[in-house]
Design a protein around this ligand. Sequence first.
Ligand code: PLP
Length: 384
Amino acid sequence: MAKQVYMDHSATTAVDPVVTEAMLPYFSEKYGNPSSLYSIGRQSRKAIEEARQKVADLIGAKKEEIIFTGSGTESDNLAIKGIALKNRTKGDHIITSSIEHHAVLNTCKYLEKNGFKVTYLPVNKEGLVDPADVQKAITPQTILISIMHANNEIGTIQPIEEIGRIAKEKNIPFHTDAVQTIGKIPVNVDTLGISLLSISAHKIYGPKGVGALYLRKGTFIEPQMHGGGHERNIRSSTENVPGIVGFGKACELAKGRLPDEANLAKLRDSLIKSVLQIKESYLNGHPTKRLPGNANFRFSYIEGESMILSLDMKGVAASTGSACSSTSLEPSHVLIAIGLRPEESHGSLRFSLGRENTQEDVDHVVSILPDIVNKLRMMSPLAR
Ligand code: PLP
């Protein structure tokens, strides 16, 4: 069998065996409902509260400020709709960027249909939002600023601290989607000046289908799920105990392993350096302000999808951008926002490296990619 190399960690990660081990008892002998008063119920409650502390510790928050949800997508929805509906009488204007994940963009579009106004800020060719643009976009009606911490496709890390200062000065709640940054770069809600922050377990070697929203004490939102009053009445639903326990363990491990991410950046740079040797290949995103594992390229004259299939045949898993839009023929909104033409954006390829990748993996990719690009170019009518 061909060597298998997984380089799509921004899409998802394998659950760490230590995480699986921590979760397992909560599927079987420790099955109590955390709302039940008897011992096995209280045992589940205790496990949830311990996990909450671990999640809080990873982002410098207080335990009471963490609300468990079903995903990063749900956290984004809860943050944005929650603030919008709570503050409807104060204002109707939201500021976000044009390169947000669809969990944010489509939530904003939904709110637009329901009477809210949304400013979608542009980014420069490296994918950066200009804090001065945020400042200029603020009106007396602005009730929320939502700018992602780092982009899932091109890896660009935004000047969140500066935007956080502007939001604080104007007393406007500031939400950031940190799904791609926790466990990869330091995230501290106080340093960054964040009021709400979305995170997800499956990007940091935890299980799928569990996320959390950080909600700063004193920031109020309208619940989006009504029911039995779980999670401080903000997100009703019997808690996903094994998932939450796994998320807590994944956060604990991620905190301890944060220094390893610097090594990942070295591996990423070695990949970038070698891939850019290929004729007419370019790096998408910022050269330095980028996620340690992210390398996003574009190759003239060919399509990302064909490269992915060819790489797959050689055992390498990569992506064209975000997993959720890879089945759509629309060019990536992120690549269009950084100024690429649709045909340029179709020639893009994202490698996202993770904990188990080695220099050998990078060498393998580098040894097969030039051939793949050449073969596809030979077949491409655009290359003549
Ligand atoms: N936000 C960003 C930046 C993401 O990359 C993702 C997942 O790809 C999400 C939100 C959605 O998270 P989840 O898959 O947990 O719904």
